[in-house]
Structures are given as C-alpha cells and as structure tokens.
Design a protein. Sequence first.
Lengths: 258, 528
Amino acid sequence: MTEAAVRVRGLWKRFGQQVAVGGIDLELPAGKFIGLVGPNGAGKTTTLSMVTGLLRPDEGTVEIVGHDVWRDPVAVKARIGVLPEGLRLFERLSGRELLAYSGRLRGLPGAEVDKRATQLLDVLDLAGAQHKLVVDYSTGMRKKIGLAAALLHNPEVLFLDEPFEGVDPVSAQSIRGVLERYTASGATVVFSSHVMELVESLCDWVAVLAAGRIRATGTLAEVRGAHPTLQGAFLELVGASGRDAGSDLDWLGGGAAR
Amino acid sequence: MTDLTSTVVRLKLSLLSNGLRQSGGRRAAFVVSAVVAVLFALLELLGLLALRGNAHAEAVAVPGTAVLALGWAVLPLFFPTGDETLDPTRLVMLPLRPRPLVRALLAASLVGIGPVYTLLVLAGCALAVAHGAAGYAVAVLGVALALLVCVALARAVATANVRLLTSRRGRDLAVLSGLVIAIGAQLVNFAARQLGSAGLGQLQPVADALGWVPPASAVAAVRSASEGSYGTAVAQLAVTAAGLAALIAVWARSLTRLMTAPDGSTLQAADAGAQGRESGGLGRLLPGGRTGTVMERSLRYIWRDPKTKAAWVTSLAIGLIVPVFNALQGTGSVYFACFASGMLGIQMYNQFGQDTSAFWMVAMTISSPRDAYTELRGRALALLLITLPYTALVTVVTAAVLGSWPRLPEVLGLAFAVLGAMLATGAWTSARFPYSIPQEGHKNVAAGQGGLAWLSIFGGMVAAALLCAPVIALTIWLNLSADGASWRWLLLPVGAGYGTALTLLGLRLAAPGTAARLPEILTAVSKG
C-alpha cells in the first residue's frame, strides 16, 4: 500500500463570485477509513463531486489509484463507488430493480449482479422492502440502497457524502458494519461528515476542510493533537473555539424565574 | 340541527376563513374564483332559462346534470387537498358514531363555492323543463335531491379512495390531472363540433337513458311532472332518493372501515411481489448488456414516472386525435398521420432531463463515446418499441377512415422518415441542450431554462423537417409526375431506410458530446 488512493493537486472551484473550493492539495492513503470533516458550507460536497468526476473543476488534477479522473475515465469509473448527497436515485425502480440496473449498467453479468444484490439486500436489512419503489423508502433506506448500488461492482475506493445524515441508529449500525468489513479487506473509504463523534469512532485518517481549504490532515491522533477529543481540535482548527456563549447569556437558566 | 352537525359546519367555515386569513394572495384567489364561479353559474342559468319551451330543453338539462355529477365524482381525486374536512381520518380520534358523523359531514360539504355553483346550475336545469304548479313543486324537491346526490357522490368517492389520495400514488395521480383535463377538452371540442353540425336532437336518446340515472333522474322527474306523467315523475324521484340512500350507505360503510382499520401508512404495498415478477418477464424479452438494461429502465419509467407518463399519454393521444378525428370529420388528409410519429419523436428530446439528477448514476458508467452511444441507442430502441407499431396503427386507421389505401405505403414511409429525423435531432439536443424537469407540479421546465427548452424543441423540429426534405421532395415529385403513381410504393422502403440512417447518424453525432459533457449535463438536469 505505497500508492495513494486519492491524490489531489491545486483543486479550485468558483460559483460566480463565491470560491467553493480554494486550492486543495490532498493525498489520501489507500486501505484506510478516511473522514473528510468540516462545517456546513466548507466545500465537502463540491470537493467530493470533483474528485469523483461529477463536477468539472476550474483548475487542478485528481488521480485515483494512479489514474487521472478526467483523462482516464475508463480506469477510474470502474474502480470507484459513489454515494452522492442531494442527488436522486432512479426512484421509480424498486430497490432490487435499482441494484439490477446499476450492476448491469456497469457491465457485470446478470446472474452475478442478482447474487450480489441478494446478499447486499440481506446484510443491509432491505430484503423485506426490495420490491417497494425507492420513492417510498425512508431516508435511512435510501442511504442503504445507495450504498448497496455503490458497492455492487466491488470498487477499490468508495466515496460517501454524508452517509449517516438523517439515518436512524439501526440503519446507521448496518451501514457501519458493511463499511468496516469492506475496509478490513484493504479497500479505501472516503466519507464526509460534520458529526465528530462518528468520525472519531470510525476513521483512522482525517482531513479537516473549512471555507474551501484543507486545515489539517493525518491520522486521527495527529489531527487531534493535544486535545482530548476531535471535536475540540476541530473547533480550534476552524477558528470557532473562542466563541464562548457563557458571559452573554448569564440570565439564562432555571431557578430565578424572571 | 344536532350539535355535531352544527359543530362540523362551523369547523368547515373556520377552516375556510382561516385559509383566507393566511395571505392576501389566497384571499384574492378565493374572491376571484368565487366571483368567476357565480358569474359562470349565472350565465349557465340564463342560458338554460333561455331554453325554456325549446323542444330540446330536456336533451340539454338531463345530460347536463349528469355531467355535473361526473365532475363531483372526479374532482376530489385530482384535488385531494382542497377540503380538509373531506379527510375523515383527521376525526378518527374523536368518539363519534357513524350515523351522526355522516349527517354532519354531508351538511358541511354543502358549504363552499362548489355547492353554490352546482345549486345555481341545477336550478337552471330544473327550470328549463319545469311548467305548471306540479312541475315547480317537483323542481324544488328534485334540485335538493340532485345537490345531495352530487355531494354524497364526492364524499363516497373521496372516502373510498382516501388511502390512495393521501399516498404518493395519489400525488402522482394529481400530476396526471392536467392531462386528463387537456384530453377531455379535445374530446368535448370534438363532440361540440359534431353536435353543432348534427343538432341537439342527437342527445335525446342519451337524455332518455340518463333520465333513470341519479341525479339526472331528478331533473327528468321535473319534466315528467310538467307533462302530467305524475307516475313517472314519482318513480324518477324515487330512483334519485334510492340512489342517494345507496351512496350514503356506501359512504358510511367505508367511513366506518376507514376509522376502525389501521392507517394506510402502516400498511405495505401488497402487490409489490407481483410487480417484481412481471418486470422479470419484460427483462427476458429484451437484448442483453447495456442496451437491454437501458431499454428496460426507460420502459419502466414511461409507466411509473408520472411526468414521463403524462408526456407520453399526451403525445399518444394528440398523435391519434389530430389525424383520426380530422379524418372522421372529412376535413383531414392521410398525410396528417405523420403527426403521430412527430409527436412521439418529441419524447426523444431532453432524455437526460427526464432522468433528473439521478443522471449521475448513468454518468458514473459512461467512460467513452462508445458507452454514450449504447446508452442513447438503448433509449431510442425503447422508444421505437412503442412508436413504430403506434405510428403504423395510426397511419392504417387514418387511411381506413379516409378510404385512401393506395397512399398507405408512402405515408408510412414519410412517417418513418419523420420519426428517424426526430430521434436523430432528439439525441443530439439531449446531449447539447439538456434542461431540468421539475418533479412537482405541472411545470415541465425549471425556472430560467425555458429559453433552452424552446430552443432545443423548436430548433430540433425545424431541423427534423429540413432533414426530411429529400423524402418530402420525392413524395411531391412522385405525386406530380405522370407515371409516379406506380412508383409511390417505393417511398415506404426509402422512408424507412432514410429514417434509420438519420437515427444512426444522430446517435453517432450525439455520443461524443454526451461523453465529453457529463458533468455539465448533470448540472443542467439537477435544477428541478
């Protein structure tokens, strides 16, 4: 595992006047569970979209396991799985039909797709809802079927944008179980989140993003530094730790009802 | 008036006035629609009064009442959110007996613009045929009965379908409502023209039959009483009353079931398993690989996605109505049959916009112009699976109605050429000018992309017409030249071959653009 799973150089994206991503250099090691953390609006979704080839960057290059995303799409698209945030699925298909569609679209043999789909539906606890249309799924079920579609072709690198957002604890646990088994086999997971406890418990490698720039990268211990929790380190990194509400709201609290 | 009845009526009144208090726009909309409805009703009332003494008054008044009732039956299905008291599940926690509840809800549904409009029009229908003291007496009773039948009908239909109306399927149905109204308008237009040429007398048999169907039977009773056939009048009133009783019984039963059975949201779709099996069969008939996969998804979307379905049904209906109805009226030409292939060819336009932002799933699997070509070809083939037989059918029917069989081959050839040109330009504009189709509401273009949509569809249609010019020119030449008639059959193979060539060329040209612009297409189709 000497090769980086993802190598990003000088990545920029502007939307009109606003700079969404302002020059990101990033090297993500292969075989790790990697967390991309940052507050809302930090540019996590924009970065992941550009890395996975769904959004064209203004400047910069992205390589995934040594292949350029824009110059060598054949090699890259076969090696990655994606679960984007804020984009639909083909919701008028049932869960099983969606998996059959996306597997066959990737050129896998039909029988193999059906076998893998059955197993994924079982493991992700979707077997009972496999014939329901995805449009009638709950948020947690959608994330799980999206994850199944992203894993179906056994990618080397998996990109998940907010996979736990709006997901109930039971679904979150089954997503987690699948992801842990997947990384244990040497594959790479890159996922974005703003829930620090989650990142801390899942990831062994972290990149902190704020206002379109990388603030820190490294193993969990390196990024945490002297702080006892990732939350504390994160707040300091994004410059929010000084904002203590304590003295302004001194009238707030139980006891003296005034 | 019992306590419950007055409470529910007051609830309905407060819901109305609270709704108006929310915003000035809503108040204005309510006032405008109330004024328009009352004006419209008064106009109809005057028109019906003008028919008094006319021999055909009954032929208008009785079917008119039936149409009004049909409206009451259908409207709650399309506008389920219009009346919150229509949703009895909201009252489910209250300790209410079915009988008083039915009475109270029936009284509450008499409040509103719709009942006032209906009352005015029904009064017009009754007065148009009423003469003498007995006639007027029956008219008062008849109008009251007919109004109650209309209201009870709406309630019975809505309650029986409340599970449907509060579910996603119900919202899907609402997307189709505009379409039903549009096609209905075409049919009404056609029927009106037929009546205009043939006279109102044509409706007499219809009126005679409807005279025994509630609530039209109430208006028929007025007519019978005015003519002195008191026995018939009493029988017709009895039929109306029996109809009302039956409707109320059906309504009360489904109301009781609804309020004692588990809520729809806790029930799973029972037909889900059957759906899976049926679609497996479809998959086996299609070719393998990406082509079959893409075709299967496209065909499923035509049936399951309300927006796609609405677009298809519109194209299929207009493609049939224009040539065949014109032919039926003797004003058409067999060449109008090309309208069908042109209308259906429009479905090839904005292919990726029809995917919405789910296009990312397609984009992730396209790595070369070859992939894009297979994707577009699969979509075109799915389309052809429906359009080819349909075009042939419409052409044959039009030729049959007009009796111009000798022209069938050339019109078919021309229709296939048009279809090929539409597919070619559709594929190319799908890649070049994609735009978003909002999934909610009746709009088919996202804000700010209207110009793009117009440019792609109209530019594409003009280009398709130009592309067809050689076949059109050949048709004209063979029709003008002296011994052309014996060679006109040639247009069928020529048109079909030319259309195929155009389609393949269009797909070839569209593929590299699609493969190179995947992120731009995704951005363009994700605004809905």
